[in-house]
Design a protein around this ligand. Structure first.
Ligand code: IPM
Ligand code: MN
Length: 365
């Protein structure tokens, strides 16, 4: 088995955490006798500096050819004042659109040894494990008309039946392998587009009788996530609500530096840490590589159907945290503060141990 992976390191700490991803990919793929090849492409501010645009055709072509895409991070103060369509973030949106990555999975799971890191109480958090499934290629992010003049600014929130159907199906499918509860989050008490969303979700639900479906208004959902996060299993929501809800959910883990994500379409898949490019610590070997490493776990699970590999990656992260190692963003008084590269090596070491412990050695696929 052999996979081609497009690497898009991007800006700020993007290249540093991409290195972490590659190291873990190499080790785990090797253990499973899988060959991985990498091609690197430009995206974001760096790309703009060279080509006057944050996304070039070559990068898109590279993504189309790859079995999976890994993206580091984009953005930074140097490009903040550019017009909308030239900002690094525009490249991200274009990529999502072009690769039709309609389903964005963002897990909110707390590692036991991280309970103290969250701003929420441990007893509220313990055992929290849900995912936010965010629609990623529609809604107000992409709706037309949109625009701005001296007197007004406007965007359009629109969803077609087909768009809601496919993301709803994905939510029910994901729930099948979890606790079988989907909470669809909308604003149906005010927005027609949300009432439509709710109707279509209900319709699709008829094909998944064994899954429980709840509906929740987005304002209530935001409140419930911090009040009692354990009640959730799969949160299904639109592009903009998912953007907000997933940041709230992110803080459950204590740091955005821990959170992986997968963006999935019919043909293509892209994995990226949820955190941004953190320009303030870029190039200083301080970045937390865990989100990137965990994103590689998601790649094994969703793109290569190698759940065992994904499991071992999660275990090795958990073990490293249990041992008290922390990058500075998640450090406490008694933690062993380590650099990016040290954290990578520690996770790799634990991976090696896990492979040895389980006496798995070589896997045959
Ligand atoms: C995210 C980010 C992006 C979004 C921005 C950078 C365009 O916040 O991935 O959540 O809003 O989708
Ligand atoms: Mn966001």
């Amino acid at each position: 088995m052999s996979y081609n992976i497009a690497l898009l390191p991007g800006d700020g700490i993007g290249p540093e955490v991409t290195k972490a991803a590659v190291k873990v990919l190499d080790l785990v793929a090797g253990k499973f006798n899988v060959e991985v090849n990498y091609q690197e492409y430009l995206i974001g501010g760096n790309c703009y500096d060279k080509h006057d645009t944050p996304l070039i055709e070559e990068t898109l072509e590279g993504c189309y050819k790859a079995n999976a895409v890994f993206l580091g991070a984009v953005g930074g103060p140097a490009w903040e004042n550019l017009p909308h369509h030239l900002k690094p973030e525009a490249a991200l949106l274009k990529l999502r659109e072009k690769l039709e990555l309609f389903a964005n999975i963002r897990p909110a799971k707390i590692y036991n040894s991280m309970l103290e890191n969250s701003s929420l109480k441990s007893e509220v958090l313990e055992g929290t494990d849900f995912i936010v499934l965010r629609e990623l290629t529609g809604g107000i992010y992409f709706g037309q008309p949109r625009g701005m003049d001296d007197d007004k600014g406007f965007n359009t929130m629109v969803y077609s039946k087909q768009e809601v159907e496919r993301i709803a199906r994905k939510a029910f499918e994901i729930a099948e392998n979890r606790d079988k509860v989907v909470t669809s989050v909308d604003k149906a008490n005010v927005l027609e587009v949300s009432q439509f969303w709710r109707n279509v979700v209900e319709e699709v639900h008829k094909d998944y009788a064994n899954i429980k479906l709840n509906h929740m208004y987005v304002d209530n959902a935001a409140m419930q996530i911090v009040r009692d996060p354990r009640q959730f299993d799969v949160i299904l929501t639109s592009n903009i609500f998912g953007d907000i809800i997933s940041d709230i959910s992110g803080m459950i883990t204590g740091s955005l530096g821990m959170l992986p994500s997968a963006s999935i379409g019919k043909k293509y898949t892209l994995y990226e840490p949820v955190h941004g490019s953190a320009p303030d610590i870029a190039g200083q070997n301080k970045a937390n590589p865990i989100a990137a490493i965990s994103s590689v776990g998601m790649m094994f699970e969703h793109s290569f159907q190698m759940t065992k590999a994904a499991e071992l990656i999660e275990k090795s992260i958990s073990k490293t945290l249990d041992e008290g190692y922390r990058t500075q963003d998640i450090a406490k008084e008694n933690s062993n503060v380590v650099s990016t590269t040290e954290m990578i090596d520690l996770v790799l070491e634990n991976l090696e141990k896990l492979f040895a412990d389980e006496a798995i050695g070589v896997f045959l696929l």
